[in-house]
Design a protein around this ligand. Structure first.
Ligand SMILES: C[S@@+](CC[C@H](N)C(=O)[O-])C[C@H]1O[C@@H](n2cnc3c(N)ncnc32)[C@H](O)[C@@H]1O
Length: 276
């Protein structure tokens, strides 16, 4: 019997793409529609040409979009959380290659770690620790399965920690840290996280934001200092990344703009101490 399921899936994806394009053209005009087409093409090119081969070992494929069901989410931020989509491996490489850090002394935390792609790709570098924080029980279970399948020959990080919890409530690591945010949640939660960051002893912490809408305004409001990536990295990202990357550092004396009603930060404890 001929298997028609692949052909059907392709046809329905094309139909969905076409419907989205028509809606965008109607609602947002030609320029926004062209931008959408280019971004979608880049996402698929990364997935097919780079990620697929590199992640062949995964137990649960981290590729593709997945909606997050609100009833399987821990914590209080469910309604503010966005759905799952993975960071392209090459984009992560380009950013990590360019960060001004000493990996052996640095903890990388993926805030909203989904199926664990960023955590496990970062674990192929000699970080002190890589941590994933994910509020969806289902995505967290997939990340655990992927960690179990992660080839030991690839692993360079000293520790890999995965937590099923709300990133907004998660304690931050001690010492040098990189926090990675690929469009995990809306402004309210992002504001709460940034507020905790600047009020705690986190000077020097680097924050990588991928596709976070309004991040320059928000980061400015919390006194984060923009960090310029090397020119070659900026060009690469501008031409070949489907998501905009912004890099900020928590400065020594951050200035919180007056009038903020974001709650004060909690005490700072090591991330691994809270690991289940
Ligand atoms: C766009 S995906 C990014 C996945 C992964 N970081 C990557 O780059 O491959 C955003 C993820 O954030 C998670 N998320 C949203 N709000 C969260 C919260 N408050 N705490 C923890 N995870 C959250 C979502 O469930 C989703 O898996």
């Amino acid at each position: 019997m001929v298997d028609t399921s692949v052909g059907n899936a392709r046809t329905s994806r094309l139909a969905r793409d076409w419907a989205t394009l028509c809606r965008l053209l109607r609602e947002r005009g030609l320029l926004a529609s062209l931008e959408h087409v280019w971004t979608t093409a880049l996402i698929r090119a990364h997935a097919i040409l780079a990620d697929r081969k590199r992640l062949a070992w995964e137990a649960v494929p981290s590729a593709g979009y997945a909606p997050v069901r609100r009833n399987e989410v821990v914590g209080e931020s469910a309604e503010h959380g966005f759905d799952y989509a993975p960071t392209p491996c090459l984009v992560l490489d380009w950013v990590l290659d360019a960060l001004p850090i000493a990996p052996g002394e640095t903890t990388l935390v993926d805030m909203g770690s989904g199926r664990g792609r960023v955590v496990l790709q970062a674990a192929t570098r000699p970080f002190k620790e890589v941590v994933g924080v994910e509020h969806s029980a289902e995505l967290h279970a997939a990340a655990l399965a992927n960690r179990a399948a992660f080839p030991s020959a690839l692993r360079k990080a000293r520790a890999i920690t995965l937590m099923n919890r709300d990133a907004a409530e998660t304690v931050l690591p001690e010492g040098p840290a990189v926090l990675f945010f690929f469009n995990p949640f809306g402004e309210e939660i992002m504001g709460r996280v940034l507020s905790r960051l600047v009020r705690s002893d986190a000077a020097g912490t680097l924050c990588v934001f991928g596709a976070v809408r309004g991040i320059d305004r928000l980061a400015g409001a919390y006194g984060l200092a923009p960090v310029r990536l090397p020119l070659a990295t900026r060009i690469r990202l501008a031409l070949l990344s489907p998501m905009r990357i912004a890099l900020y550092r928590v400065p020594e004396r951050p200035g919180l703009r007056s009038g903020s009603n974001i709650p004060a930060a909690e005490e700072r404890r090591p991330a691994s101490a809270s690991s289940p």
